[in-house]
Design a protein around this ligand. Structure first.
Ligand code: UDP
Ligand code: MG
Length: 310
């Protein structure tokens, strides 16, 4: 499919889920900005199994702008899958991933492109403000980035999916076999000559955010476990703490026994059983989660299924 790696061409990858209101506007805005800078480009819309008329809009955009390409997933596979599908489809010498709602300002793309021409292979977009988001969203996103930054040792509080990648990086990422990917962290992980560029998170152009608090929480848990084994260490830590408590309690109980007033020990017994049960169950839960992950990866299912394309 992508045997033609066009000289200096930029592939713009746009994951879109229920974005019927944004497609045409985004196409025009991006095309205008890139044409003004005389950057050769292609626009790849990845429709994540939208339930609205997103795919029809992509076809419309294709009629209006021949450099548009569209992929339609058979169902909703999530933004990560969109990004990887887009990277696999990209024919450019470099590719930029951006949101369909123009919250990643397209004005920054030419600057990223210039940095790429200077020889950088990964150009990370760094947020300087989080735009207008609900408090719950802000808090949960904040907490999520704190956790993942701690677990993975990468500062991701201000990082985003808005990045420009060189062909080498695209090929490396496409070769990765893992299914539960976390694009934002993987682009750090692969290394290469990288730099950052700051951008202001814009207001969402049309429509509403596609993330509920629930889906964000799921995304957070999924990414923490797919990128680090820290929760397993947490279990270990809790186990150690528990053992220390048990030793102290044990000594106390023994002392009482030796003194001779150890008649009513039931509260301690019940407490101990409860704590043990709780810790064991939690640990099993976390271990089970990892086993489920291993199972998932073993199946080597495709990351996405494309049902149509233009
Ligand atoms: N998106 C997607 N699949 C999903 C959810 C979101 O492709 O299941 C896309 C969405 O169309 C948008 C981008 O991911 O282009 C970011 O989503 P959104 O703007 O809703 O997230 P926010 O900016 O609020 O974090
Ligand atoms: Mg958005």
């Amino acid at each position: 499919m992508n045997e033609v790696k066009k000289e200096g061409m930029l592939s713009v990858i746009i994951p879109s889920y229920n974005e019927e209101l944004n497609i045409l506007n985004t196409t025009r805005t991006v095309a205008r900005i890139l044409d003004a800078q005389q950057i050769v480009f292609e626009l790849i819309f990845v429709d994540d199994g939208s339930k609205d008329r997103t795919y029809e809009k992509i076809k419309e955009a294709k009629k209006e702008e021949c450099r548009v390409r569209g992929i339609h997933f058979s169902r909703n596979f999530g933004k990560e899958s969109c990004i990887f599908a887009g990277l696999a489809e990209a024919q450019g010498a470099c590719a930029v991933v951006m949101d369909c709602d123009l919250q990643h300002p397209p004005e920054v793309i030419p600057k990223m492109y210039a940095l790429w021409q200077e020889g950088y292979e990964v150009i990370e977009g760094v947020k300087v403000s989080r735009g207008d988001e609900s408090l719950a969203h802000k808090l949960s996103a904040g907490l999520f980035y704190k956790i993942i930054s701690r677990c993975s040792g990468i500062d991701m509080e201000s990082s985003s999916d808005f990045k420009l990648l060189d062909r080498k990086v695209i090929d490396t990422l496409s070769e990765l076999k893992e299914r539960n990917t976390f694009f934002r962290a993987l682009s750090f992980w692969v290394g290469y000559r990288s730099t950052t560029i700051e951008f202001q998170v814009a207001e969402r152009e049309f429509g509403t955010t596609k993330w509920s608090v629930r889906s964000l929480a799921k995304y957070a848990v999924n990414n923490v476990t797919s990128f680090s084994a820290a929760p397993l260490y947490l279990v270990m830590g809790m186990g150690i703490l528990f053992i220390i408590c048990a030793v102290i309690l044990g000594i106390q109980t023994l002392a009482h026994f030796l003194i001779g007033d150890a008649v009513e020990g039931f509260t301690t017994v019940i407490l101990l059983i409860l704590i043990t049960g709780g810790v064991i169950m939690l640990s099993l839960g976390i271990i089970g989660y990892y086993i489920a992950k291993i199972y998932d990866e073993m199946k080597e299912r495709p990351r996405y299924i494309i049902s149509e394309r233009v």
